[in-house]
Design a protein around this ligand. Structure first.
Ligand SMILES: Cc1cc2nc3c(=O)[nH]c(=O)nc-3n(C[C@H](O)[C@H](O)[C@H](O)COP(=O)(O)OP(=O)(O)OC[C@H]3O[C@@H](n4cnc5c(N)ncnc54)[C@H](O)[C@@H]3O)c2cc1C
Length: 600
């Protein structure tokens, strides 16, 4: 092979010709893309080219140092939503990473699995073979977990179950060796409300209160991201693994319905070219951009694509439908007697910040070990633990007409899949978590709504990859979601009123200070709600084609040959935890499936 033998860290388009051929071409070098590239190139006879829209990061503090996380570099800018009809037509930013390593380079580094019931729902919805027991070995394979020291762990209520972790995988995972004193108040306040302490959320039950594991190398207290753990880690011995950065995959090239390569364009020089794939084109551009690439390639709703002048290769109306994310509501407080230090201290107290930075640089426990502005603890609960009103919320959910909710005359297959998803979500609503509360110990408490019933979409609006697609979160188009959010918000008021937290003197400043009328609270929540926590998924769902599905359980795009999708866009349902641990595990599983079908 002409490209073998070059141990190129990166490859430039000048080194490629339109005749250049790899076994696999991967569109998008984020978490899933680099995980799969790493596993495929374990075989020295297999060549892989990853084409990534963004550049390599420069290992600056904003990437590597948890406490220096804000402002976040390498976000995809500008990227915005369509006006959100249920939120007064407000337009919101769409947070995504655009860098080699994708979301793992810019995310808040929380690294944890969801409850088994979430993956069981995938399996039931058509992702056959993707249940908890199927994914479990891949969760272990993906991580090297380093538990904290015993004394520190017992002082800070950190517990874990060794049997469920991996100890030789690529992602370095650990607990922060530092915490603010207010965390104890949060923890004890939660227990006093009857919320269970979970020994280890990674064991199949991710409900209760627990300390968050992070994708951070405990030896250096720096981010373990996909470029480090699935590229830098192996590249010295992999001349068969190439990355072409700062280049957009413009479309997949077909011969009939067989994918034979891709067309790409440099994102700054607009230089264009094509490259061939012998065995497969693997799409891994994330849940916003993977459906965009498929649609631009003629894979999607045929009538929509034809109206833009794109030749239809396969009519798959589910491409770009089923967009899900976690919604975020920030509740702000002034504290009359908060403890020092807290998560606000790094920005408000220069002496403390200088002292903590010196400790960090010296390798000692420091506030810089914690992701800036976010707490170490989280509460995740099912609906019936947030509210005594769950049966009335379930009735609201059941009374909705799925076809009406989707809007825009959706294909009957998409409606059919949505109905099945709703049944699965509603039947588990008192099982797995539907939302979270995390108090940073400083001015902000974050409420996450992690089990939305509303659905959004990604739809191309031009024939160019350099134009953003229409991104419609469909936020709270199902009014049930607002009721669930309201329930969590009200529970948070109870939490803040427990003696352990009340002693700190929290005074709410937004979104609904002093308001008790429920309708007025709903309106206030809508004003402060963010439709995205950067956890977009599910836009190329692994479901039956008759249910609006896009890929089969081996990640292959229906109606095509040589084309697969491996990123979070293939999930049928969003998981009710930070997604990245599940993206790594699902990509490990996809890599095994690809190897198997090619006899590798
Ligand atoms: C700000 C932020 C904070 C987050 N915090 C957390 C957290 O704390 N915990 C957690 O679990 N999850 C978190 N996430 C989410 C998590 O990072 C994502 O779920 C995960 O990265 C998704 O993986 P993926 O492989 O599907 O896509 P990505 O990792 O997003 O990778 C997709 C890649 O494809 C590239 N691409 C797009 N279009 C093209 C194209 N046309 N051609 C070539 N390349 C293309 C993109 O540049 C990107 O690098 C966060 C995400 C963000 C953005």
């Amino acid at each position: 092979h002409p490209l073998l033998g070059r141990n190129a860290r990166t490859i430039t388009s000048r080194a490629l010709s339109n005749e250049s051929t790899y076994d696999f071409v991967i569109a998008g070098g984020g978490i899933a893309g680099l995980t799969v590239a790493d596993r495929l190139t374990e075989n020295p006879n297999i060549t892989v080219l990853v084409i990534e829209h963004g550049p390599f990061d420069q290992r600056q503090d904003g990437v590597m140092v948890p406490g220096a996380y804000f402002p976040v570099p390498y976000l995809w800018l500008p990227l915005s939503s369509t006006p959100q009809t249920a939120l007064d037509n407000t337009v919101y930013g769409v947070p995504c990473g655009r860098v080699v390593g994708g979301g793992s380079v810019v995310n808040a580094m929380f690294f944890h699995r969801s409850s088994a019931v979430d993956y069981e729902a995938w399996d039931q919805l058509g992702a056959t073979g993707w249940g908890w027991a199927d994914l479990f070995p891949y969760f272990k394979k993906s991580e090297t977990f380093t538990p904290p020291g015993a004394a520190y762990a017992s002082e800070h209520n950190i517990t874990w179950d060794t049997a469920v972790h991996g100890f030789s995988g690529p992602v370095q995972a650990s607990h922060a060796p530092y915490d603010y004193p207010g965390s104890a108040n949060f923890y004890n306040g939660a227990l006093s409300l009857g919320i269970d302490a979970r020994e280890d959320p990674n064991a199949g039950d991710a409900t209760g209160i627990f300390r968050l594991e992070r994708s951070i190398d405990p030896k250096t207290q720096t981010r373990s991201h996909a470029r480090i753990n699935h590229y830098d880690r192996v590249i010295a011995s992999r001349p068969n693994y190439h990355i072409l950065p700062s280049t957009a995959v413009a479309r997949v090239l077909f011969e009939g319905t067989t994918a034979i390569g891709v067309e790409y364009t440099n994102t700054t020089s607009s230089e264009r070219g094509t490259v061939k794939a012998n065995k497969e084109v693997i799409v891994a551009a994330g849940s916003v951009h993977s459906p965009q690439i498929l649609q631009l390639s003629g894979v999607g709703d045929a009538s929509r694509l034809t109206s833009l002048g794109i030749k239809s290769i396969v009519d798959l109306p589910g491409v770009g439908r089923n967009l899900q994310d976690h919604l975020v509501l920030t509740v702000n407080y002034n504290y009359t007697s908060n403890l020092f230090p807290n998560s606000g201290s790094l920005s408000s107290n220069a002496t403390y910040a200088t002292e903590q930075r010196a400790l960090y640089d010296n390798g000692e426990p420091s506030a810089f070990d914690i992701t800036a502005t976010t707490g170490n603890l989280i509460i995740q609960l099912p609906l019936s633990n947030w509210t005594s009103n769950s049966s009335s919320i379930i009735s609201t959910a059941k009374s909705q007409d799925p076809a009406q909710l989707l809007g825009g005359n959706p294909d009957p297959t998409v409606i059919s899949g949505y109905r099945k998803q709703r049944d699965a979500v509603i039947s588990n609503i008192n099982g797995g978590a539907v939302g979270d509360i995390s108090w940073s110990t400083g001015p902000t408490t974050s409420i996450y709504m992690t089990r939305p019933l509303s659905r959004g979409s990604i739809t191309i609006n031009s024939t160019s990859i350099l134009d953003a697609p229409l991104i419609d979160f469909g936020a709270i188009t199902d009014p049930t979601d607002l009721e669930i959010l309201l329930a969590i918000y009200l529970k948070n008021r109870e939490l803040m009123a427990t003696p352990d937290i009340a002693v700190l003197g929290p005074i709410e400043t937004s979104p609904a200070p002093g308001i008790t009328d429920l309708e007025a609270i709903r309106e206030a929540l809508k004003k402060f709600l963010q439709p995205s926590n950067a956890h977009q998924c599910c836009t190329n769902a692994m479901m039956e084609k008759e249910d609006g599905g896009v890929v089969d359980p081996q990640n292959r795009v229906y109606g095509t040959e040589g084309l697969s999708v491996v990123d979070a866009s293939v999930w049928p349902l969003v998981v009710a935890s930070g997604p990245q641990a599940s993206v790594y595990a699902a990509a490990e599983k996809a890599a095994d499936s690809i190897k198997e079908r090619h006899g590798l």
